[in-house]
Design a protein around this ligand. Structure first.
Ligand code: ARG
Length: 589
């Protein structure tokens, strides 16, 4: 279905043509003076030169044509040459009924269906998930859902950090504690136990201990580096331990993402592409892209037009070891080979912007991607505490992701307990978890990704203002009205929306009608905050309408059914939107 702006534009274009002017002048935009009109067209101003006429004359003759058009209830030509437009109530309700009957409320299939890979999450195996992992998960999940909704084939890949020093550190600490284990006996040729010699609880303590020791004990750190090389080079016992760490960590990582309602199609990691590195490096050398520089192997990626220094992309360190960028390049090679994506999107902290700039340039230069492949890095800002500095626990440490979720859920529980005394404890907990997730995600996603924001539990969990709970509260309110309607014998089948009878009702309808444009904008800009802004406006429009309109008490049954149809559409649109943000609504709260 066409966007409402396109439908209206088409009418105005036809009118320009009828009046004897270029139809392209008829492009309509949302009004920037909502006090005067709903839509506007500035084409007459642009046409004045071409037709050697005062713009107001053009506007007047187009307005004359449009006055006969049932799409509009008001058309006026105002100085110096604007066309101010209001759509008719009949047209608007008709448009909304078409939306209600369409799949995805009329969002059209994309002109070109793309295959898109989104690389997000990126946890490092064996390390606990912390506040730094929140935004990539939340933003990535939402961008994935938005692009899918817009009609693309989207693959979400977690891209585990599973090949780094942290694995060597854990192995080193195990060696300290249990040197007698067969894994450390390099002459051992038997089978290794299936069961890991540690649990997730052990691991949660082993990693921080090991990483702490590395900071103060040079020899220990040396061993950790050596052990990292050993598992990387495939030394049997060390590789077996690596596998144990993976097996013990992954379910825990998955549990954390489940809690956030974040899911991945691919659980690949750095380890999965190591096999590609030697061939890739060879190719870079052979084709003359890579050269030696201070012992390291690098690819120059600076360009003449650069205004800042872009250092070369390092492929191998002087000791021959590969790096973060090498793995990312090999991953691109594998992704292109296996999935032929049109677009690759990476979601990380914005401090990794240079890394991705280098990797993207290198991938282009060396032909790992097609010239038309889009490579996008979404760099997000920091989660800050109320002091404006990166969020810390009271003890000054890096807060665990689970603790953050818990903190929000607990506060939500307290607020729900307070306002809904009749709820059972269990129901209050369950509701708090659902609403808490909305509080957390909306608190994040309502900001532009690149901006830092303050993690403000009190504000995020408020039922008022631009918050997740406010949006859910609006949905729950609609649900309960619909429920009442059904209880009183009404049916929700086959209803249609009727022309608006008052300004608040019309304002709500206009808000709904912008859904498709909003989706198009969110898709283009990869911006979940667009969805948030839309549902905040929509919720406000709904609540204003709700305060002014009797619904259940309406005596005219036809009008009542029409209002119920409008409520159903509002709820449907809000529910699809929160699903795009990665959370859901409870039945009551
Ligand atoms: N594991 C990385 C980190 O913790 C994030 C990975 C992001 N994705 C990528 N393809 N580099 O910083």
């Amino acid at each position: 279905m066409n966007k409402i702006l396109d439908v209206i534009s088409e009418e105005v274009k036809k009118a320009f043509e009828t009046a004897g002017y270029d139809r392209e002048l008829g492009r309509v935009t949302l009004s920037n003076r909502p006090d005067l009109c709903e839509y506007q067209c500035n084409g007459s101003l642009a046409g004045a030169k071409k037709y050697h006429k005062a713009p107001i004359m053009i506007a007047q003759s187009v307005a004359e044509v449009l006055k006969e058009n049932s799409v509009f209830s008001e058309v006026s030509a105002v100085a110096p040459g604007f066309l101010n437009l209001k759509v008719s109530e009949e047209f608007l309700s008709g448009y909304l009924n078409e939306m209600a009957a369409s799949e995805k409320f009329g969002v059209a299939e994309p002109e070109k269906k793309e295959t898109i890979i989104i690389d997000y999450g990126g946890p490092n195996v064996a390390k606990p998930l912390h506040v730094g992992h929140l935004r990539t998960a939340v933003i990535g999940e939402s961008v994935k859902r938005i692009l899918r909704y817009a009609g693309h084939d989207v693959i979400g890949d977690i891209h585990l950090g599973d090949w780094g020093l942290q694995m060597g550190q854990v192995i080193t600490e195990l060696q300290e504690r249990q040197p007698e284990l067969p894994y450390f006996d390099e002459s051992y040729e038997g089978e290794y136990p299936e069961e890991a010699p540690f649990t997730i609880t052990d691991l949660e303590e082993i990693y921080p201990t090991a990483s702490g020791k590395c900071k103060v004990d040079e020899a220990y750190k040396e061993r950790a580096l050596e052990n990292t090389k050993k598992f990387q080079n495939g030394v049997r016992g060390y590789r077996a331990l690596w596998k144990h760490i993976m097996n013990v960590s992954l379910p825990d990582i998955k549990r954390n993402y489940d809690k956030l309602n974040v899911e991945f199609d691919l659980w690949k990691g750095e380890s999965d592409v190591q096999y590609l590195i030697p061939g890739m490096v060879e190719k870079f050398k052979e084709e003359g892209f890579a050269h030696e520089s201070e012992g390291a192997l690098v690819v120059d990626v600076k360009e003449e037009t650069d205004t800042k220094e872009i250092p070369p992309c390092i492929i191998l360190k002087s000791d021959g070891a590969s790096l973060y960028s090498t793995t990312d390049l090999a991953t691109i090679e594998e992704r292109m080979e296996k999935y032929h994506p049109d677009t690759l999107i990476y979601i990380t902290d914005k401090r990794q912007a240079m890394h991705f700039e280098q990797v993207f340039r290198c991938a282009r230069k060396t032909g790992l991607v097609e010239p038309e492949t889009r490579l996008v890095h979404i760099g997000y800002g920091t989660v800050n505490g109320s002091d404006g500095k990166p969020f810390k626990t009271r003890e000054g440490g890096v807060p665990r992701l689970e603790k953050l979720i818990e903190e929000i859920d607990d506060e939500m529980y307290r607020k729900i307990r307070e306002s809904r005394k009749e709820l059972s404890d269990e129901e209050a907990r369950k509701t708090a978890d659902i609403v808490g997730l909305a509080a957390l995600k909306y608190g994040d996603l309502s900001n532009q990704a690149a901006k830092d924001y303050v993690f403000d539990v009190d504000r995020f969990t408020s039922f008022e203002g631009d918050t997740g709970p406010y949006i859910l509260y609006t949905i729950v309110r609609i649900k309960s009205i619909l429920e009442k309607y059904v209880q009183q014998g009404g049916s929700l089948e086959g209803l249609s929306i009727l022309p608006a009878q008052n300004p608040d009702e019309k304002a709500l309808m206009l808000e709904i009608s912008g859904f498709q444009s909003m989706i198009a904008g969110a898709e283009k800009e990869l911006a979940p905050n667009r969805v948030c802004a839309y549902i905040y406006d929509l919720s406000n429009a709904f609540n204003r309408f709700y305060h002014e309109t009797k619904i259940i008490a309406e005596e005219d049954e036809t009008r009542k059914a029409g209002l119920i149809a409008l409520l159903m559409l509002t709820k449907g649109v809000l529910e699809d939107c929160i699903d795009l943000l990665g959370f859901g609504a409870p039945d009551r709260m």
